[in-house]
Design a protein around this ligand. Structure first.
Ligand SMILES: O=c1ccn([C@H]2C[C@H](O)[C@@H](COP(=O)(O)O)O2)c(=O)[nH]1
Ligand SMILES: [Zn+2]
Length: 174
């Protein structure tokens, strides 16, 4: 090893991003596709061989024209976005085109701690670990139920702090 902290004596770069940073960066990039004005969520599922299996973000089902559905909340269930949005983790599972068996033991990188519905879905497909960025609903009943589900199903979870720069965004197209 050379004295240089950035490369070995053979010239190999050492200051590469970690796997956590890499997969969370993918989740953050996916999050930026979300049309939700209040909370954007991205998820990236990686297997134990450090391969990305699937990615998702919170959005309406693709056949549903998201220009004509509400993006706010309302006492009227027909006008509340929560009743139309598919969650990021659910989309990541649904977007996977291989056998769901491949998801067993995988790690889900998600920009927001999974809600209790997503916790159930992740548990049911056998996810082994959840790595999250934010947990703004930790002190809600939903957060407590979610942790109870993950704990009971033996799914570990941990928070990571990543410092990534991903593009500058642009004009939303579709
Ligand atoms: O596990 C989760 C929890 C929530 N989401 C999505 C669903 C909604 O689009 C937003 C939450 O909106 P709020 O205005 O903060 O209630 O986040 C998700 O994808 N995964
Ligand atoms: Zn959810």
């Amino acid at each position: 090893m050379s004295d240089d902290l950035h490369q070995t004596s053979s010239g190999k770069r050492l200051d590469v991003i970690s796997w956590d940073e890499f997969f969370m960066s993918v989740a953050i990039a996916a999050q930026r596709r979300s049309k939700d004005p209040n909370t954007q969520v991205g998820a990236c599922i990686a297997n134990t061989n450090h391969r990305i299996l699937s990615v998702g973000y919170n959005g309406t089902p693709s056949a549903l024209n998201d220009d004509f559905f509400p993006w706010g909340t309302s006492d009227d269930p027909l006008q509340d976005k929560h009743n139309y949005v598919v969650h990021a983790e659910a989309n990541a599972v649904l977007n996977y085109r291989g056998s769901l068996k491949d998801l067993e033991g995988s790690t889900v990188y998600v920009t927001l701690f999974p809600c209790h519905d997503c916790a159930k879905i992740l548990a049911q497909v056998g996810v082994g670990e959840v790595v999250y960025l934010d947990n703004k609903y930790a002190d809600t009943d939903d957060g407590r139920i979610s942790r109870r589900i993950l704990d009971s199903c033996g799914i570990s979870y941990r928070q990571v702090i990543v410092d990534v720069q991903i593009g500058t965004g642009g004009q939303a197209r579709q």
